[in-house]
Design a protein around this ligand. Sequence first.
Ligand SMILES: [Ca+2]
Ligand SMILES: [Ca+2]
Length: 293
Amino acid sequence: MKRFLGILTAFCVLLTAFGFTNLAMGEESSTAPSEQILQSQSEQVLEKLDSRRIKKYKLPQENIFILKQEKADVNGDGKEETVYFLGQKFEDSDIYMEHVYILIENLKGRGYLIKLPEDGDGGYTPDAVLADITGDSVPEIVISLPTGGSGGIINYYIYTAKDDRPRLIFNSQRDIVNVSGNFDENYKAKICIKDPNGTYDIQTLLDLKDRKEIYDELGLYSDGKLQKPGTEIMPYPYGLINVKDLDNDGVYELEAYQSVRGIAGADSIAEIITHWKWVDNAWVVTRIGIEKE
Ligand SMILES: [Ca+2]
Ligand SMILES: [Ca+2]
């Protein structure tokens, strides 16, 4: 069996190991995979899941590959389970996984399949890491699914399998701050950010004078006068989430990045960085930062 080699970075695709990146405390997370990694993964030969398990767990008959597997106590019973991260692709040469699944099986061979939300269960170079985010010393399963579009959008899901009751506790399409805003007079953009709990209600004006030439050319402004009042900015979903112990309490939090675009997709005006912490069975936003691009 191919084993976890101990290369420990969050959301960094492991080139040679099939094991999960099991995030133990004290290790640093890193940034998104590069083009080089995409290429390497396409050359990687993935093992197919055996037909016995495919039948047993009612998986699709065709092309179910083991993307990663790792032994870890994910249900908290004190014994290790085997956690399989599975992907279905239509051609062996594809790097796009149409669907990904989690399969958890105990040492006696009893197990169950976790299906991801159907509207976002595929991706390029999907990855999974194990990390305790809820603070009970039982690791959660953190899945990243790059959508492959020009926006660099990545879907993230976090599952707990505590007591063998699998539950989706983080869904990047749902657990995200609300961002809105529009262009304002004098090459400025107003950005409003609200978190789901209503703790933050931020309004800020972003100075975009450095884009004067292009905005004038596109007819958005003329000598600082907004020509198309009400032109909205375009907040994007997450482009990256790092799993990190941000407050040094021995439990992981999420450091999430989402881009804000201006007049067009290529006009990246700001990056919003939010910190998410699991407290008393719910997500709490503990910080919101805005960086001008
Ligand atoms: Ca946990
Ligand atoms: Ca922490």
